[in-house]
Design a binder for this molecule. Structure first.
Ligand code: PLP
Length: 226
């Protein structure tokens, strides 16, 4: 495989950076690899893509096993059931989808028994969509406070999956909202939050302009795979 696809996405990220005065090294490109065959992940790794995010535990475990000879930095980006935490917690560096207390407790407990501090992002439901996970913006402050009390959990920032809009400009308000929520927490709790995980294939340019530090890109890298 040639590395042309990755190079093209890189170029678009670079363009978005230079247009918005951001530094490329402040943004992580995450390959959202659900439905992508391990062999294809391996090829992208050879091209220089090292961070991959999976959505489903079963699928992730299979790929992890097949690809464990590579030093992939695995993230978990999908809805996570508490009873599955134990299977993944020793295999992922960052979980993007912390969105409820029961999950927080389970993560804290399992991380503790591994002697690990688990890095997480809090997923925020900005569009008020009932089908999507995420903490409601009104409940974010209280939830963040609970996270601060969990000894084995470190919150590195926020994540969102905004409602789909044909025109990515219409998603900008959600991205700027997530940034404001992050800044609000930083100010109120005197902490620094590293990450805003926002932006997918069709709207990552706008997300970068609004301060994204992790763009999660699937279709653009791996093609349509439903
Ligand atoms: C699939 C997925 C992505 C990537 O979406 P594309 O539109 O294919 O780039 C990003 N984030 C999450 C949580 C996903 O499930």
């Amino acid at each position: 495989m040639s590395c042309q696809v990755l190079e093209e996405v890189e170029e678009r990220i670079l363009n978005a950076c230079s247009r918005s005065g951001r530094k490329r090294e402040d943004i992580i490109l995450l390959g959202a690899s659900k439905g992508v065959q391990p062999q294809k992940i391996r090829e992208f790794f050879r091209c220089g893509l090292y961070v991959f995010g999976e959505n489903r535990v079963q699928e992730f475990l299979k790929k992890w096993e097949e690809l464990k000879d590579l030093s992939i930095d695995w993230h978990f980006i999908g809805n996570l059931q508490s009873n599955k935490v134990k299977y993944i917690i020793d295999k992922v560096s960052l979980i993007h989808s912390l969105d409820r207390e029961s999950l927080l407790e389970e993560l804290d407990k399992r991380a503790g028994s591994l002697g690990k501090i688990q890095d997480v992002l809090i997923e925020v439901n900005l569009g008020g969509e009932e089908t999507k996970g995420g903490v409601e913006p009104e409940g974010l402050r209280d939830f963040f406070q609970k996270c601060l009390k969990a000894k084995n959990i470190r919150v590195l920032g926020l994540m969102c999956i905004p409602p789909y809009r044909e025109n990515p400009e219409e998603v900008r308000v959600y991205f700027s909202k997530l940034r404001e929520l992050k800044e609000g927490l930083e100010e109120e709790f005197s902490v620094k939050l590293l990450h805003l995980s926002m932006g997918m294939s069709h709207d990552f340019k706008v997300a970068i302009e609004e301060g994204s530090t992790i763009v999660r890109i699937g279709t653009l890298l791996f093609g349509s795979r439903k």
